[in-house]
Design a protein around this ligand. Structure first.
Ligand SMILES: C[S@@+](CC[C@H](N)C(=O)[O-])C[C@H]1O[C@@H](n2cnc3c(N)ncnc32)[C@H](O)[C@@H]1O
Length: 340
């Protein structure tokens, strides 16, 4: 929401007709907005947003009612308008329609998919269709959510190299916003992996000078390829390094961004018991007083234990987020002054 308000709240089109939050359509990680047409492009430029969907709502109790003559015509017109607006804004085109719904193989859902596909002049492809339409009941209505881009916005064009445990780029961008107000330009990203956090921060903050490091030389090379593709290689320095023993001097950093191994796809719960305290101690040593550590972890019990009691950190923000099948924790910690 911070990026939304910062980027859309002040634009001239939105000052006349502001984007409005209408409510949460069934998930805590989704917001519904009324967006005037001139601001659609700005919505698609948001970096913390995973996907944009057009919400089409019909006051019917069962999906079969959507197939009646009048409603079917209205539905077809609405979906065509959603796709036309989307392609006008993003320039992208779709190849096939995929309907996602409980019971999507039922007769009714197959007819609904066929009707929608016919309206937009595309074939149905239940596996690889890139015009994704979700159908679901909501209160007394049926709702169609039409994704407005062939790929989620979180799929970044700069990603030419991937690594196990790679962070969702929209979540990476959100970490920078959660750590704001900007603590200053000197940033470190230990556990850099494919470079998602370092690159997203460098793209969002032109002043940022980021150093990213990782034990694995292949990760460092991968992050380098991505940074070059993103056009930020000049401001993202990448090197081999151990998150348990940083090269940075005491109090030399303004911001640290990190997603240490969660102990499943990368690392193990056993090695994390030694790695996490060492990483937190190094972050506390290298951040200046008032500097911030924004990080994502699924090691919730271990983290709680490490942060219990007095210590160098003040908790600024903590929240659970969705990430693939996980529900990790995002934390923003502020380095207390040495005298506190
Ligand atoms: C969860 S992944 C980071 C993913 C990364 N943010 C991305 O989007 O690709 C964790 C990374 O930590 C690295 N790593 C594990 N132990 C480390 C250590 N002691 N010091 C530095 N890097 C380490 C792994 O090689 C891996 O690249």
């Amino acid at each position: 929401m911070r990026e939304l308000h910062a980027r859309l709240g002040g634009g001239s089109a939105l000052r006349r007709d502001p984007a409005r939050v209408l409510g949460r359509p069934g998930r805590e990680d989704a917001v519904a907005l009324r967006v005037p047409r001139p601001s659609l492009a700005a919505v698609h430029d948001l970096r913390t947003v995973v996907a944009v969907q057009r919400v089409l709502r019909y006051p019917v109790p069962r999906p079969k009612a959507l197939l009646g003559d009048a409603l079917r015509r209205q539905l077809a017109g609405d979906v065509v308008e959603a796709v036309t607006d989307a392609t006008a804004v993003t320039g992208a085109s779709f190849t096939a329609l995929r309907l996602e719904a409980a019971g999507r193989d039922s007769e009714v859902m197959r007819r609904l998919a066929a009707a929608l596909a016919e309206a937009v002049g595309l074939p149905v492809d239940g596996n690889d269709g890139d015009l994704v339409v979700r159908a679901r009941p909501e209160a007394d209505d049926w709702v169609l959510l039409v994704r407005t881009t062939p790929r989620p916005l979180a799929t970044r064009p700069w990603r030419v190299c991937d690594r196990p445990g790679g962070l969702n780029a929209s979540l990476a961008a959100a970490l920078g916003w959660l750590a704001s107000p900007p603590a200053g330009p000197r940033v470190a990203n230990p556990f850099v992996g494919s470079g998602t956090l370092a690159i997203e921060l460098a793209l969002a903050d032109r002043r940022a000078e980021v150093v990213g490091f990782d034990l694995d030389p292949e990760a460092v090379a991968c992050a380098g390829r991505n940074a070059t593709a993103a056009g930020v290689a000049g401001r993202v320095r990448l090197e081999e390094g151990d998150a348990a023993a940083w090269r940075q001097a005491d109090a030399s950093l303004d911001l640290v961004l990190a997603d240490p191994p969660w102990g499943d796809a990368v690392g193990s719960r056993a090695t994390n018991r030694a790695l996490y305290p060492a990483f937190l101690a190094e972050a506390a040593r290298c951040l200046r007083p008032g500097g911030r550590l924004a990080w994502v972890t699924h090691e919730i019990e271990l983290t709680r234990a490490l942060l219990a009691g007095p210590g160098p950190w003040r908790v600024v923000d903590e929240r659970r987020v969705w990430h693939g099948g996980h529900h990790p924790w995002v934390m923003v910690l502020e380095r207390r002054s040495r005298r506190d």
